[in-house]
Design a protein around this ligand. Structure first.
Ligand code: DX5
Ligand code: ZN
Length: 212
């Protein structure tokens, strides 16, 4: 069986009981913790910032997968690294010099991820693949949890996979459940982000197992 990295999005957790909800997914077999950082500019929503990531680091025992949906991500890479990020993913659409941001992230010894929104073709990022640890294909418009999976985006997985080395982590995010997750992994994705599906399930361990 292929090893699929499951990264529950804490955007769907109960923020009043965040530590409890982090421990719940860890105990249930989560591999990473997906943290959605939004700035109200790159996307219409505002969510989590550096101090919260720092606090999460103190109580979590699995890698922190930080998804930056912000303008000028290069300004915040050092702060998120210091807060405890293990993977930092930024958006292709948010920067001018993609190589510079990848190199900056890697210079801190953190895994570098690049994400594309639904309207961005996969071919735009092919030149960066050899330098990346992870590609995140958004299967909803970034900004909110609980949206419907966009099937058209899933085809990008195939294009990325055909052009990447076996080491590249191909992650999908948005509307992932046991059915859409299976579509993505059969096309070649090896990491699934899920918020509502995991946190909305009455048996979290079962939800994670079904994604794997
Ligand atoms: C959306 C975020 C996602 C979101 C996923 O912009 O990047 O990580 O939390 O939530 P679900 O799985 O509920 O679509
Ligand atoms: Zn995300």
């Amino acid at each position: 069986m292929k090893n699929i990295i499951i990264s529950p999005s804490i955007l769907s957790a109960d923020f009043v009981n965040l530590e409890r909800d982090i421990k719940r997914v860890e105990k249930a077999g989560a591999d990473w913790l997906h943290i959605d950082v939004m700035d109200g500019h790159f996307v219409p929503n505002i969510t989590i910032g550096v101090p919260v990531v720092k606090s999460i680091k103190k109580v979590s025992s699995i890698p922190l997968d930080v998804h930056l949906m912000i303008e000028n991500p290069q300004k915040y890479v050092e702060a998120f690294k210091n807060a405890g990020a293990d993977i930092i993913t930024f958006h292709y659409e948010a920067v001018e010099d993609v190589f510079a941001v990848i190199n900056l992230i890697k210079s801190y010894g953190v895994k570098a991820g690049l994400s594309i929104k639904p309207q961005t073709p996969a071919e735009n990022i092919l030149e960066f693949l050899p330098d990346l640890d992870l590609v995140l294909i958004m299967t909803v418009e970034p900004g909110f949890g609980g949206q419907k999976f966009m099937h058209d985006c899933a085809q990008k997985i195939v294009e990325i996979k055909q052009n990447a080395s076996d080491d590249l982590i191909i992650q999908v995010d948005g509307g992932i459940n046991n059915i859409t997750g299976h579509i993505c992994t059969s096309l070649g994705a090896n990491s699934l982000v899920a918020g509502n599906y995991i946190y909305g399930h009455n048996d979290i361990a079962q939800a994670i197992k079904s994604l794997k």
